[in-house]
Design a protein around this ligand. Structure first.
Ligand code: ATP
Ligand code: MG
Length: 453
């Protein structure tokens, strides 16, 4: 993309309405525009990040054997009357009437609807296990929407639902979600710690939240510092293997890590003093096993091998896709702006032309632009008639991990400059070497899309 033809309405002034850094930077970098309290338009640059996160979430869910589908945002109230949640949900639910005075609601979650789909089509254990998921906009009329997309009223969420014949199989589904979530967050460049949580009004007795540590987080958390050293890394995972999934879950849950609702002072104080950590965190996902809470009242039953009709065991599993955009920025920025992790960056690199209109720099920039695209990279070329200072300020603000600066002086010595946004490290490289470097870096993140040099 050429910046002169793009739509990137960056703000020079500090937006006064933003209380936390991610909200401020998302507004300043032209990623979002508020349309009403807690309701945002995603401008092109913001949408690209949202889509990258969504893509990674899809890939990891599909890898775990979960099946994508799409349910509507509007739901009939009658389904929620069956589970008795229509009244219980309270003022967070946005209720609407259609022209025939029928009650609808803008879905805050989808347990009822997915259970309805299941009972309409599945009647035998032979079709189990089954996990369906979608990524769809949700609406919760939060009493205090704030922090931009972190606590919106309309927000984008991945929610998945498992259907299993018995508890044992449903706990394997729970573990698959646990592991696939760890992988997802690691690919997003985040450290998200699974913590034992409280099941709240949704019910059930088995639940973990995944939290990204940040001072601006809304949850208070307590953990053993050693838990932050565990990583999934590149290990091969067989999601069919109950034993392997269980052993990974055990590894991550053997150390103390809890939100304040489940915190136990006595267990916490048993941890060696120097490892006791109290901090704040952003909830970026949560998984639940809740058994037959919905299948029983809604009649989602299957015939088991003995021909008996039994209610299925279920769980639901959510990832806050739009909240993650803010959470990633909270975890990765400096005083100049955003620092995108390579896995989610909206463009792979910037190209800054320090002398727009100069024959040699223009030609080189155009060559790098075309060549990097041939390799599957997506560059953002700052071809505006702006001074160097303004171009660098934009570049730092929008935070692409790599920037190639092309100047007449460099070209005289046959090099361009490659800058790493995170470390500020600079290197002089030939144009061929720069493309080779970047394609090598991104091949680790999007192997199927990046060509080999
Ligand atoms: P919270 O405690 O933050 O209100 P929740 O526990 O009610 O969230 P879940 O029902 O667990 O939310 O939804 C799954 C995920 O959706 C959460 O882990 C979070 O990342 C995201 N999410 C929930 N509410 C919002 C919101 N108002 N704005 C943005 N993302 C949200
Ligand atoms: Mg939650």
């Amino acid at each position: 993309m050429r910046l002169s033809r793009y739509f990137l309405p960056v703000l020079k002034e500090e937006p006064s309405e933003a209380q936390i850094v991610s909200h401020r930077l998302m507004l300043r970098a032209g990623m979002i525009k508020q349309q009403a309290a807690g309701i945002y338009s995603w401008l092109p640059f913001g949408l690209k990040v949202l889509r990258r996160i969504e893509q990674i979430v899809h890939e990891e869910q599909i890898r775990a054997g979960h099946i994508p589908m799409l349910m509507p945002t509007l739901q009939p109230a009658d389904l929620w009357r069956e589970s008795k949640r229509y009244e219980a949900y309270g003022p967070e639910m946005l209720r609407v009437k259609d022209r025939h005075s029928r009650d609808l609601l803008y879905g805050p979650t989808n347990e009822e609807m997915i259970t309805d789909i299941f009972r309409a089509h599945v009647s035998t254990y032979k079709e189990l296990p089954l996990t369906l998921y979608h990524i769809q906009w949700k609406f919760r009329d939060e009493i205090r929407p704030r922090f931009g997309v972190m606590r919106g009223r309309e927000f984008y969420m991945k929610d998945g639902y498992n259907f299993d014949l018995d508890k044992d199989s449903a706990l394997h589904a729970y573990n698959r979600h646990f592991v696939s979530y760890l992988r997802t967050y690691e690919r997003l460049g985040l450290k998200a710690i699974p913590m034992r949580a409280d099941s709240g009004p949704i019910g059930g007795d088995n639940t973990h939240e995944f939290l990204v540590l940040a001072d601006t987080g809304e949850s208070e958390v307590y953990y053993d510092r050693a838990v932050t050293d565990i990583q999934l890394g590149t290990r091969q995972i067989d999601y069919e293997s109950q034993a392997q999934c269980q052993s990974i879950v055990s590894e991550f849950t053997s150390l103390y890590a809890r939100t304040d609702e489940t915190h136990s002072v006595s267990e916490f104080s048993a941890i060696p003093m120097e490892r006791q950590q109290r901090a704040r965190g952003i909830e970026v996902g949560q998984i639940f096993y809740f058994g037959t809470k919905y299948s029983e009242p809604m009649g989602a039953v299957v015939q088991n091998a003995n021909g008996q009709a039994v209610p299925v065991h279920m769980g639901s599993h959510g990832i806050g896709v739009s909240r993650l955009v803010g959470a990633i920025i909270e975890a990765s920025h400096d005083e100049k702006g955003i620092i995108w992790p390579e896995g989610v960056t909206p463009f792979h690199c910037g190209i800054v032309n320090l002398k727009q209109g100069d024959d040699a720099t223009d030609k080189t920039c155009n060559w790098i632009y075309a060549r990097s695209r041939q390799f599957g990279l997506e560059p953002l070329y700052d071809d505006r008639q702006e001074r160097a200072g303004a171009k660098f300020a934009t570049s730092d603000l929008i935070g692409l991990p790599w920037c190639i600066t092309v100047s007449p002086r460099g070209l005289n010595s046959g090099v361009v400059e490659l800058t790493c946004r995170k470390t500020s490290n600079r290197e002089n490289l030939s144009v061929d070497a720069v493309i080779e470097r970047l394609s090598r870096i991104y091949r680790a993140h999007i192997p199927s899309q990046i060509a080999t040099a």
